[in-house]
Design a binder for this molecule. Structure first.
Ligand code: SF4
Length: 196
């Protein structure tokens, strides 16, 4: 059992916040030890809660499609959520839920992964790292952060509700592709052999 399996097995029994009472199961996320990219959303939705996987259903299909357009498969990236259990009626997780869940589970995942870049999906995930940033202002623009750069992207569910933004979304994924192939000096070169 590796360190992520061990973390997941502890996470699956977690009852540190009230979301444990309404979930079907904990959704630990997908950890890829191959790639250096980590996508982070806010919380599991209904399908994720039922299947135990992050970003499945229509949002997940769109994410997979956008990844394929820049030459990546889901298995080559890590996909996590800030909180690991579904909030009732898909409401935003509360500050307390985010604080306890991230300190016990997300932060150790990120410490173990050492991602070269974190891609946040949606407002809640962006504001977890950069509380004052506005998604409409910074989407598609790489942001400096403490341990790793952050690329804020819209949540795929938002794009599905606003399909007029699909070309903008493709451009934003193009920014990720550009970052992977030629990161700015000082950000650390990604090893492309890990991806292809
Ligand atoms: S959301 Fe996080 S802290 Fe709350 S019960 Fe689930 S795993 Fe535990």
């Amino acid at each position: 059992m590796d360190k992520f399996d061990l973390l997941n097995s502890k996470m699956r029994d977690c009852s540190l916040c009230p979301l444990s009472r309404s979930r079907t199961q904990v959704v630990p996320g997908i950890v890829s030890v191959v790639g250096d990219i980590c996508f982070i959303g806010e919380a599991p939705g209904r399908e994720e809660d039922l299947r135990g996987e992050p970003f499945v259903g229509r949002s997940g299909k769109l994410l997979d499609k956008m990844l394929r357009e820049i030459g990546l498969e889901r298995s080559q990236v890590s996909i996590l959520n800030i909180v690991k259990c579904r909030p009732p009626e898909n409401r935003d997780p509360t500050k307390d839920e985010i604080a306890v869940c991230s300190s016990y589970w997300l932060n150790p995942q990120l410490d173990g992964l050492h991602p070269k870049i974190v891609v946040t999906l949606g407002r809640v995930a962006l504001n977890f790292f950069l509380p004052h940033a506005r998604i409409t202002k910074v989407a598609g623009i790489v942001q400096d952060y403490k341990e790793f750069p952050i690329l804020p992207l819209f949540h795929p569910a938002y794009i599905l509700r606003n399909m007029n933004l699909i070309e903008t979304y493709q451009e934003h994924f193009g920014v990720l592709n550009q970052y992977l192939t030629s990161p700015p000096k000082g950000k650390g070169q990604l090893n492309l052999d890990d991806f292809f």
